[in-house]
Write a protein that binds this ligand. Structure first.
Ligand SMILES: O=C(O)c1ccc(O)c(O)c1
Ligand SMILES: [Mg+2]
Length: 645
């Protein structure tokens, strides 16, 4: 598949955008007029820079308000177009995008398809003289033409070889148009394809489009289905990202370009999977269970090559089957270093000793494994630094991550040591892909002394800077095969926190992995964990079978609990009408409570050490949330604790 990106997606100057797109591996770019007009580079220099970078200049855009106009304006528009065609010749760009007219209110404009076809035919004639192709795109808010089928009918009626249509997922899916009819457009009449994802928002479509588009996999549109239809037309031109997004436009240009490239790789794979599933449905075993199952590697390979637009696929991985460990980095000598060990002991974790060769120790509670890493930790306050996920095959999982442009974490390991493979997540977390727990044998004191056996890491909550939040969502879903849930907003004294849960599917009432990404407005792109005291406020949650018993034991060990205000318990009583004795226990132990349609949830939090705190949880009868109604209480109490320091 020919990949592309519009310069409007990226921050910086035109030159910086072109360099970043080339570095991230794009085949071509769409030049936005404003980027050229404001550039100090001449069109000839832009052309030669792109050539040097091995980057195609695939589209010049946009040309606006061409059609449906009175004769005099039409003549002026042709003159305007000719000037652009001459400019495109200097740039070496063959295709121009013409949007459907949005000029509003002028009585002189005509809602007349015949006139539009005639005017676009005339534009095609002029374009032919200049060796240019015109791609006509229906904007979702076009005054007369706002639907891709309508735009295509006009293009078909205009019937000119230099005139085709441009399909843009945003304009099609924001209006919820049926995508099936795409297959009725001949592939050679589709001159350009633009893709963008978006969260489903209820707002006017123009503002939604100009500010909230995101890269594929970061929103809620069904893009694989769309691209499947496009592939089946025989189209083999650029599939180009056109994402207007306030955050991407100010974030680091090279990071955004990599995030963008990852999104297209993800989309290619998803589209191949979608096509493989369609082929299985219509194949000899149609209707059988195999149609619904994940495609075999052979089916996927066949689907990826079935159409002229060949689709790149990736090594396939199943979602992780558990959280293997969480690692906290801390300088034992610095403030908070010893505090962390004390906290773990108070929570009931047992020290399992030091690593044979590294200044690293292991603490366990049942199957919950926490590593304290003192390497390269000088002056670092405790902060989550790495997560291990249980995968079937770590070699395949790492290969997939690297193909998705994740950066490998360099490791030095001694002979006879387990080689653990890791990649870096956008938030800086090292993500280890673990096949087993043999690595625990490299720590001192062998087996634990028994006690609370059935504990495990229930979830991890990571803070994300707002600049890289969407990138984080795509990373964890594409690399680790976690499924994003609809995001929620939680109030905190320091701002609204957007919380995005990424998790594995429910299997027999259990979820193997739950990860919550919090867009915390106070975390900046350049904040480094552990260096800004208390900034991140991230946590590791451990599930236990009897939370009240755990809380009592922790109390006896003098664990510093997060103290919950009395108002909370009054509200809890009003909402749930709890048994007074139970409510008194909650109050006494600073426990929080929630209930969903399945069951009940009990949890409590520790005070924060550095940037990390712990949560102990008990899920009763398959409760499936995170106690979200209690999150504002936690944020408020933590905020007050920070102020008091
Ligand atoms: O918002 C716009 O004006 C605009 C311009 C060109 C496009 O291709 C598009 O999808 C939107
Ligand atoms: Mg567009």
């Amino acid at each position: 598949m020919r990949t592309g990106i519009a310069t409007v997606c990226l921050s910086g100057t035109l030159e910086e955008k072109l360099r970043a797109a080339a570095k991230a591996g794009f085949g071509g770019v769409e030049i936005f007029e404003a980027d050229l007009v404001t550039s100090s580079l001449s069109p000839e220099s832009v052309r030669s820079l792109a050539e040097d970078l091995g980057l195609g200049l695939d589209l010049y855009q946009p040309f606006r308000d061409f059609d449906s106009v009175p004769e005099e304006l039409y003549r002026a528009n042709l003159r305007r177009a000719e000037a652009k065609f001459k400019l495109m010749d200097r740039l070496g760009i063959e295709t121009i995008l013409v949007c459907s007219t949005v000029a509003a209110g002028s009585a002189k404009y005509a809602d007349d398809d015949g006139l539009r076809a005639e005017q676009l035919h005339g534009l095609g004639e002029l374009a032919a003289d200049h060796g240019v192709k015109v791609a006509y795109e229906a904007l979702a808010w076009g005054t007369f033409v706002n639907d891709f089928e309508h735009a295509w009918r006009i293009v078909a009626d205009a019937d000119h070889p230099n005139l085709g249509t441009c399909l843009d997922t945003f304009h099609i899916l924001s209006r919820a148009w049926d995508t099936e009819p795409i297959e009725r457009i001949p592939g050679e009449k589709i001159f350009f394809v633009q893709v963008a994802d978006a969260p489903k928002l209820s707002m006017d479509v123009l503002n939604w489009s100009r500010h909230y588009r995101v890269f594929p996999g970061e929103g809620q549109f069904d893009l694989p289905k769309f691209l499947g239809h496009v592939a089946r037309t025989g189209y083999n031109g650029p599939v180009s990202l056109e994402v207007f997004n306030d955050t991407f436009r100010q974030a680091d240009v090279e990071r955004t370009a990599v995030d963008a490239m990852r999104s297209l790789i993800w989309l290619e794979e998803r589209t191949a999977k979608h096509l493989a599933a369609l082929a299985a449905e219509s194949g000899p075993e149609s209707g059988s269970a195999s149609a619904a199952a994940a495609p075999t590697p052979a089916q996927l390979a066949a689907a990826s090559r079935a159409y002229p637009m060949s689709l790149t696929t990736l090594p396939q991985v199943a979602p992780p089957s558990g959280i293997n460990f969480a690692e906290v980095k801390a300088d034992a000598a610095a403030a908070g270093g010893g505090e962390l060990e004390r906290l773990l002991a108070q929570l009931g974790f047992e020290p399992r000793g030091e690593h044979r060769t590294k200044p690293v120790s292991l603490w366990t509670l049942g199957d919950a494994r926490i590593i304290l890493n003192r390497q390269q930790a000088r002056g670092v306050a405790p902060a989550i630094s790495a997560l291990g996920f249980d995968v079937e095959n770590s070699v395949t999982a790492v290969a997939r991550a690297l193909q998705l442009k994740a950066v490998a974490v360099p490791r030095t390991s001694q002979a006879n040591e387990e080689v653990l493979q890791a990649v870096e997540a956008p938030d800086g977390t090292e993500v280890f892909l673990c096949q087993d727990t043999l690595w625990t044998q490299e720590f001192g004191s062998g087996s634990p002394s028994g006690g609370a056996a059935v504990a495990r890491i229930d979830h991890i909550n990571l803070a994300q800077p707002w600049q890289h939040y969407d990138e984080g969502v795509l990373f964890y879903s594409s690399v680790l095969a976690l499924s994003p849930q609809p995001s929620q907003e939680v109030s905190s004294p320091a701002g609204l926190v957007r919380s995005q849960v990424m998790q594995t599917e429910l299997v027999e009432g259990e979820r193997a992995v739950r990860l919550a990404l919090n867009l915390a407005p106070w975390v900046q792109a350049d904040s480094v964990r552990g260096t800004v005291e208390d900034t991140f406020q991230e946590h590791i949650a451990v599930a236990v079978p009897d939370l009240v018993a755990t809380a009592r034991a922790c109390r006896a060990r003098k664990l510093p609990f997060l103290e919950i205000p009395e108002n909370y318990y009054e509200d809890l009583d009003a909402r749930f009408g709890l048994d007074p004795e139970f409510l008194a226990t909650l109050r006494e132990l600073d426990l929080l409570y929630d209930r969903d349609e399945r069951g009940d949830f009990l949890h409590f939090y520790t005070a924060t050490v550095g940037s990390v705190f712990f949560e102990m949880v008990q899920r009763i009868d398959g409760y499936d949330g995170f106690g979200a109604p209690n999150a504002p209480v936690r944020h408020a109490v933590q905020h007050a604790a920070r102020q008091a320091k």
